[in-house]
Design a protein. Structure first.
Length: 201
């Protein structure tokens, strides 16, 4: 009986090790794929440091057409003169919303996440700060609302913060709770675009 138990423990350890190695290889492969840049098709912006490479690779490969359309829209549009409001790129699959207004003090911003759409945040003029964290470790304050495609989280949730400017694209997947629109000193007004891409089934 003791031998059987020991064998089970050894087998469990082996499976855990294999799973860990496979996950590491997947992450490394995804990072290499992102770095290689075949997805770019002339797209020149930098991706933010907190990007989930594995999720980007998965979503891009499942919905290449939508991503290519979004990147082409950024590349081929004069963003400086782009009007405030909604811009349809591919029906309800890919669309952009442009805002032009003041950012907010840190304590006036909120954490949010979405299930049906991926957010591509791009500041056109100015700078703002955005927080990103894993939604599964955040405390929900407003449960998911399907009509708004949004859930909200405790404002005291810890996260990593990044500066958004016109050279950096921040991509937030459904598992990424994010806290956009935070004021950066010297930049009281920001023109910004958020492109929504439908999540791959």
């Amino acid at each position: 009986m003791k031998k059987i138990l020991n064998c089970k423990i050894v087998l469990l350890a082996v499976f855990c090790f294999i799973g860990t190695v496979a996950k590491a290889q997947t992450s490394e492969n995804a990072a290499a794929w992102v770095k290689k840049g075949e997805w770019r098709n002339g797209f020149k912006l930098n991706l933010f440091a907190g990007l989930n490479n594995a999720e980007f690779a998965k979503q891009y490969q499942h919905n290449k057409k939508y991503w290519d359309e979004a990147f082409a829209f950024i590349n081929n549009t004069n963003l400086d003169t782009l009007s405030v409001g909604k811009h349809v790129i591919d029906g309800t699959n890919v669309f952009a919303t442009v805002t032009d207004g003041p950012t907010k003090d840190y304590d006036k911003t909120a954490w949010e996440s979405h299930r049906n759409y991926i957010d591509l945040h791009l500041v056109i003029n100015g700078k703002e700060r955005i927080g990103v964290t894993n939604a599964t470790i955040a405390t929900i304050t407003n449960p998911y609302d399907a009509a708004k495609d949004a859930a909200n989280y405790d404002i005291n949730t810890k996260g990593n913060y990044y500066i958004e400017d016109s050279g950096v694209l921040v991509i937030c997947f459904p598992q990424d709770a994010h806290r956009p629109g935070i004021h950066v000193d010297g930049y009281d007004k920001v023109k910004k675009m958020v492109i929504k891409i439908k999540v791959a089934e």
